[in-house]
Design a protein around this ligand. Structure first.
Ligand code: DGL
Length: 274
């Protein structure tokens, strides 16, 4: 492993771009490869076993592309696969989890709301997290069914998005929740709608900046932090269709003229092109 190698970042789709933007801001000399597994999105309604297989295939693919570390920019994949991947592969992984701990620390009412996928809520990792950090705190959960497909389709302000979030957040507000966690990396892209419903009095926690900081810490620990002798950049790859992906990347990251590549699943293995 050396400092010049890229960092692999993956999500089921475009959600992890909300993490990538913080990674790029905090680690500007790093080269990233961002893989959106849009051939399988959404992960949130799939079994843990399936998500483990996808995550293993993506890890092997990234190793072929010579990455030095992997950031799982997906709460659902981290919940299902992170601990197993760490056992099976030697390169460093950074994962995500809903920010239950900071929410439990900062709530005044003792009531917090978590928006995440059904897969994340059903995981043993999430159960451990709430058992450990949310004792004495009431946790209101909502899986926001249908929200990830809307965001994947580029509909960030549609009536469906408003309806899903209204249904999720209104009972939380009525119950007196005073802190809300975005526990899925897609959701920061509908932050204006969430803010419109919650108003300014309810803080919203997006763990992406902390994940980017943690990535820097892990790279430094392994002596793998890029030293500035190279310029940073991103290679964008999707297992779905190239054209809508390029459009989404440009729109969500405020870029233009982005080139994207496709990767194809053959059983549990992933390879570039077709
Ligand atoms: N963005 C993902 C997460 O953070 C997964 C969304 C999905 O594919 O359901 O959980």
């Amino acid at each position: 492993m050396n400092k010049k190698q890229p960092i692999g970042v993956f999500d089921s789709g475009v959600g992890g771009l909300s993490v990538l933007r913080h990674l790029q801001a905090q680690l500007p000399a790093e080269q990233f490869i961002y893989l959106a597994d849009q051939g399988h999105v959404p992960y949130g309604s799939r079994s843990a076993q399936e998500i483990i297989q996808f995550s293993q295939g993506i890890t092997q693919f990234f190793i072929q592309l010579n990455v030095k570390a992997i950031v799982i920019a997906c709460n659902t994949a981290s919940a299902a696969a992170l601990s197993l991947l760490r056992q099976q592969f030697t390169l460093p992984f950074v994962g995500m989890e809903p920010a239950v701990k900071p929410a439990a620390q900062q709530t005044q009412s003792g009531k917090v709301g978590i928006l995440a996928t059904g897969g994340t809520f059903a995981s043993a990792r999430y159960a451990r997290l709430t058992a450990q950090y949310a004792q004495g705190v009431s946790v209101w959960e909502d899986p926001c069914v249908g929200l990830v497909p809307e965001i994947e389709a580029g509909r960030l302000d549609s009536p469906t998005v408003h309806q899903i979030l209204q249904q999720a957040l209104t009972p939380m507000l009525v119950a007196g929740v005073d802190t809300v966690v975005l526990g899925c990396t897609h959701y920061p892209f509908v932050l204006p709608v969430v803010e419109g419903i919650l108003g300014t009095a309810v803080p919203i926690i997006d763990p992406a900046p902390a994940v980017a900081r943690q990535t820097g810490v892990v790279l430094r620990q392994h002596n793998l932090l890029a030293d500035g002798s190279q310029s940073g950049g991103v290679r964008f790859i999707t297992t779905g269709a190239a054209e809508p992906y390029a459009w989404q990347v440009e729109r969500l990251l405020g870029l233009s003229g982005v080139g994207v590549e496709t990767a194809v699943w053959h059983g549990h293995q992933l390879s570039v092109g077709w």
